[in-house]
Each structure stands twice: as C-alpha cells, then as structure tokens.
Design a protein around this ligand. Structure first.
Ligand SMILES: Nc1ncnc2c1ncn2[C@@H]1O[C@H](COP(=O)(O)OP(=O)(O)OP(=O)(O)O)[C@@H](O)[C@H]1O
Ligand SMILES: [Mg+2]
Length: 600
C-alpha cells in the first residue's frame, strides 16, 4: 500500500488525539492511584495511632489522676520498640506521662485541638508541625474515662514524613509506570492510526487516480468493515466508469468510422465559425486534413469567399439551406452544400461560446460525377440527334427532289442509291446504339466458351478481305509462343476484332500494314492490333473510347463511321474482365492493346 503521495494530516490528527487521550488517562489514573494510596496510608497510620492510644488508655486508666508517676512509669515501660510518641494528658491539660520527654517540663496541652476534641467526643485527630520536634506529625487522641467525668486523654503521634517517604517512592514507581504506559500508548496509537489511515490514504490515492483518468488501479482493501465497503464501492464505481468509457469510446469510434468513411463531407462549426468536427471527405474537399482543420476558423481553412457567403446566407435565413458549389483546384469539382442549423446542442468544446449562438452542420455532397453524367447525357442526346439528323435531312432532300420529278432515270437511280446509303447509315447507327445499350445494360450476360483468338482474328480479317485487297494492305496474324484458349463470348470477341481491324484498315493508307499479335503477359492473353495508318493525335487519345468521338468528324463520317465502335469494344473487353489501351503516333500508325484473363 502506497500512502506517501497523500497528505498525512488525518493520520497526525488521529495519532495526536489518541496519544493525548492515552497520556491524559494515564496521568489521571496515576494521580488518582497516588491520592488513594496516600489516603490509605494516612488512614492506616491513624488506625495504628488510635489502637495504640486505646491500648495505653486501658493501661493508665486506673492510675490516671491518682498516681501520675505510675502513669509515667507505664508510659516509659512501653520501651524503645514502641514507635509512636505517646502522651497522657489530664483534663486540665497537664501532661501526666510522655514517652519522649519529661512530663514536668512539658507545657500545658489543653489548647491542642485534638485533645479538646477527644475530651468532648471521645476521639480527636490533628495533623500539624510539632513545635517540640519541628516535623509534621499526625496526632490521634482518645479520652480516658466516661464523657461526663473524663480522667484524661491519651495521645499518640507519629511523623507524617514516614508516609510521605513511602509515597515519594510510590510516586516514583507511578511516574515510571506512567512513563512506560505513555510510551506504549504512543506506540500503539501510532500503529492504530496507521492501520486506520493507511486504507483511507490508499483509497484517496486510487480515487485521485480515477479522477485523473487512470482507471487501471483498484482499491486493495479487503477488511469486512466500513472501509472495506467503501473500497468495494470505489472499485464498483471504477468498473462502471470503465464500462461507460468503453461504451462511449466504442460508440464514438463507430461514429467516427462511419463519418470518416462517408463519401459525403461532414463538418460541424460552432457559433464562432470554428471547426469542431470535420471528416476526411470534407477535409479533402477543402484540401486539408481533419487534424489540421479542427479548431480553426472555417474561413481560414477554406479560404473560399463563396463558402463564406453561403454560410452567412444560411445563418441569416436559418433552418436548412442547400447550395451548389464548385471548387476549382486541378480539376473542377462540384458539390452540393447543405447547411443545417443546430440549436440547443453544445458542439463546441467551450460550452460558453456555443451557448451564444447556433452551431451549423455542413454536408458536402460531391456531385461531380452526377454533373459529368448529366453533361454526358446532354452531349449524347445532342450527338445522337445530330447523327440522326444528317442522314434524315439527306434522305428527305432526295425524296423531295424525286417527288418533284426527275427526268433522267440514271439521276433518279443515283438519288435512290444515296437515299439507300443514308438509310443504311441510319440502320448502322441504330444497330450500334442498340448494341451499346445492350452491352451497358445490367442484364448483359456473356455466352462464354473456349475460343481461339487467332481463329477469330483471321475470320474477322476475312470479312474485311475486300477492303484489304482494295487498299493492297499487308495483313498478318501471329502468335508469340503457345497461346492458350480463352473462355470468352465468341460473337462479342468477333465484334471486338472486327471493330479494331475495321478501324485499322479504314485509317491506313493503301499499301500499309495491319498486324495482329497474340501472346501472353502477366498471366493474361495480350492482343495487339497494329497498323501503319494515319495515327491519332495525342490530345484525342484519351477520348477515342468515348461514344461518338471521332478525331476527324467529317472524314470519319464520310467513311461511314458512327464513332461508337471503340466504345462497344471497350465495354466488351471490360465485361470479360480485361482492359484496353491505345498508343499512337500521327503519320506512323496506331496500336490497340487489350488483355483478357485466361480462365484455364
Ligand atoms: N486505327 C486507327 N487509326 C487512326 N485513327 C483511329 C484508329 N482507330 C480509331 N481511330 C479514331 O478513333 C475514332 C473512333 O473510332 P471508332 O471505331 O469508335 O469510330 P469510327 O471508326 O469513326 O466509327 P465506327 O463506329 O463505325 O467504328 C475514329 O473516328 C478515328 O478517328
Ligand atoms: Mg470504327
């Protein structure tokens, strides 16, 4: 048990109280004993003197008043062994016999109080300094003869100093014993005080530890008394506190995890607009971290006048307000900012501050993707309308011309062919769109089987044989090493090869080369479709897989392209768990590379 850290004032108070009590009790007992013993000794002395006086009175009774010499002889005959001084006095005060002196030379004793009392009441006692001996004496006198006609008085006396000497020794013994008792009492008081106060000191220390947040200590008091009960209560309190803190910490941890993993940014600001809480997403949006932002004013962290303006507007109108907000860092991001006023909840660490005004919760919802999708949808509709509009305009134009009447049958035939070409284009466009929407649909499934990529590549090239020979292109399909069969949807992969090879053939000048290389890389099958065509400018490369994207719109459209081919290719490859990329140099050629999982 450690008790040094706790002030020992209580210990000393208890110890001093015990010690004072013990000393007072011992002193009282000593002095009472001293008084009783002294009294007892004096009583015994008086008794002895009385007995002796009575004895002498019997001896002298017959001669007293008649033969005083005989009285003196009797008194003298008591001898040296007779301790008290004995005096026989006649009723008039004349001394008739005396053990230590000559009675004739002694003064009249009638004025002695003990003698007067004895003559009157039969017995008298007096303690005083003897004028003859000069010491303090106890005198006891008894009357001789009846009260009506006393014959005299016998008085015996002994020095009180004898008793005093005895009492001096006794008092030394008492003082020595008392001293020993006091010493013992001090020692016992010390241990008793220690025994009582050390569990209290220990518990005080444990309570102070608990108060300062150290909850690992238990009060170690096992006695079955009030202190034991107190220790039990302290331990129970500690356990409850630990339990509650664990619950609070767990709840807070859960809440923090939920808030920090939320895609939405959440921040709480107090009445002074200082950030009380901010999660990762919100801090990320403000290009900071929660640790850095917490406790700082919002304006200092955001440095964004728009946000500040929104906040002031929200504060003015109260309740919940939603704003659209864009943050232009590297890439523009869009947020929907909801500001919720919270009243009556002290969000600030400093409750006094929080009480002065409402606090606000800011919820940032990243709507960049939504905006992008919206834009894509708008672009898509615009593109599709444009794509559909051009052939339709052409078709209507030629139909009107034909309706107006064309004389030359060859011209009419030519117009019909143009109408047919545009109608086919519309058909292609609609088919591609349907295809794309089918592939993008969540219900899209692949009809997988074991397929040989080489075979598919070759059959795709066969379909393009006319264009290839027209452009006198050199085509080649080669495999590097043993290429395993892949589990894939044959028809869809044919679409991939047809699209890529169609592009390669389409965008390569006559006499050029188109090469398909199939190999293995990182546990996947790697296919490269390489041409020596016109190439794709660097700025267009990131967009070639987008729907309707064409590098040279006029030229591509002229060649019958819809700009949907690569979008379809990308979706099919991704649906197979693969990836596709492109490398190109303008005027040199283009290489499309895709990987497919082997699925052996
Ligand atoms: N091998 C290539 N060489 C040069 N440019 C290419 C090549 N492949 C694609 N491109 C460019 O990428 C664009 C998109 O190709 P994509 O196949 O999606 O459309 P398209 O060929 O124009 O039409 P279609 O939908 O009929 O295939 C093309 O318009 C073309 O500009
Ligand atoms: Mg194409």
């Amino acid at each position: 048990m450690r008790s040094s850290a706790v002030p020992k004032r209580f210990f000393w108070r208890l110890y001093i109280s015990c010690a004072v009590l013990a000393v007072v009790c011992i002193a009282l007992a000593g002095s009472v004993t001293y008084g009783i013993v002294t009294k007892h000794h004096l009583a015994r002395l008086e008794q002895e003197l009385h007995e002796n006086a009575v004895l002498i009175s019997r001896l002298v009774e017959n001669d007293l008043g008649k033969n005083n010499d005989r009285v003196q002889q009797i008194v003298q005959s008591l001898g040296d062994d007779f301790r008290p001084r004995a005096t026989v006095i006649l009723p008039d005060g004349t001394v008739a016999g005396e053990t230590d002196e000559d009675p004739l030379r002694m003064e009249n004793h009638a004025d002695r109080p003990e003698i007067a009392r004895a003559l009157k009441g039969g017995r008298g006692k007096e303690e005083r300094v003897s004028p003859t001996l000069g010491v303090r004496m106890l005198y006891v006198a008894v009357r001789v003869g009846p009260a009506g006609s006393p014959k005299g008085v016998v008085r015996c006396a002994l020095p009180v100093t004898e008793v005093e000497a005895q009492m001096a020794f006794f008092s030394t013994v008492i003082i020595a014993c008392s001293g020993l008792g006091v010493g013992l009492a001090l020692l016992i008081s010390f241990f008793i005080s220690l025994k009582i106060t050390s569990p209290i000191a220990h518990m005080t220390e444990v309570a102070m530890d608990i108060a300062s947040g150290r909850l690992d200590r238990r009060a170690d008091v096992t006695s079955k008394d009030e202190l034991g009960n107190l220790a039990g209560a302290l331990n129970a309190m500690r356990a409850r506190l630990v339990e509650q803190i664990t619950t609070i910490e767990r709840d807070r941890g859960q809440l923090e995890t939920v808030l920090s993993t939320m895609a939405e940014g959440v921040a709480a600001i107090d009445a002074r607009e200082h950030i009380v809480f901010i999660n990762d997403a919100a801090a990320g949006a403000l290009e900071t971290t929660p640790a850095e932002a917490t406790g700082k004013p919002l304006w200092e962290v955001s440095r964004n006048p728009a946000l500040e303006r929104f906040l002031q507007e929200a504060k003015k109108s109260g309740g919940t307000k939603t704003f659209q907000w864009s943050l232009r860092g590297g890439e523009a991001r869009y947020y929907e900012l909801t500001i919720v006023e919270v009243t009556g909840t002290a969000l600030s660490q400093d409750a006094g501050e929080a009480e002065r005004g409402p606090t606000h919760i800011l919820v940032l919802h990243d709507i960049t993707t939504l905006r992008k999708l919206e834009r894509m949808r708008r672009d898509f509709i615009a593109n599709i309308s444009h794509e559909l509009k051009s052939p339709l305009t052409a078709i209507r134009g030629f139909i009107e011309t034909l309706q107006a009447g064309v004389q030359d049958p060859a011209k009419a035939d030519e117009f019909l062919k143009i109408i047919d070409r545009h109608a086919r284009r519309l058909d292609d466009l609609v088919s591609d769109l349907l295809e794309l929407s089918a592939i993008e649909s969540p219900d899209f499934t692949l009809d997988k089987g074991s397929v040989s990529l080489k075979e598919i590549a070759e059959s795709a090239l066969e379909l393009l044989a006319r264009e290839i020979s027209a452009k006198r292109l050199q085509v080649e399909v080669c495999c590097t090493g043993a290429v395993p069969a892949v589990r894939a949807d044959r028809i869809r992969l044919e679409q991939v090869f047809i699209n890529l090879l169609d592009n390669a053939v389409k965008y390569t000048s006559p006499g050029g080369e188109v090469k398909v290389t199939i190999g293995r890389e990182d546990g996947m099958v790697k296919v490269e479709v390489c041409d020596t065509g016109i190439g794709i400018p660097g700025k267009d490369i990131p967009h070639v897989f987008e729907r309707f994207y064409r590098v040279d719109k006029a030229r591509s459209r002229e060649m019958g392209g819809t700009g949907l081919g690569l979008a379809i290719v990308k979706h099919i490859i991704q649906a197979h768990g693969g990836d596709i990329s492109v490398e190109s140099r303008v005027g040199r050629g283009t290489t499309f590379t895709f990987h497919l999982p082997i699925n052996e």
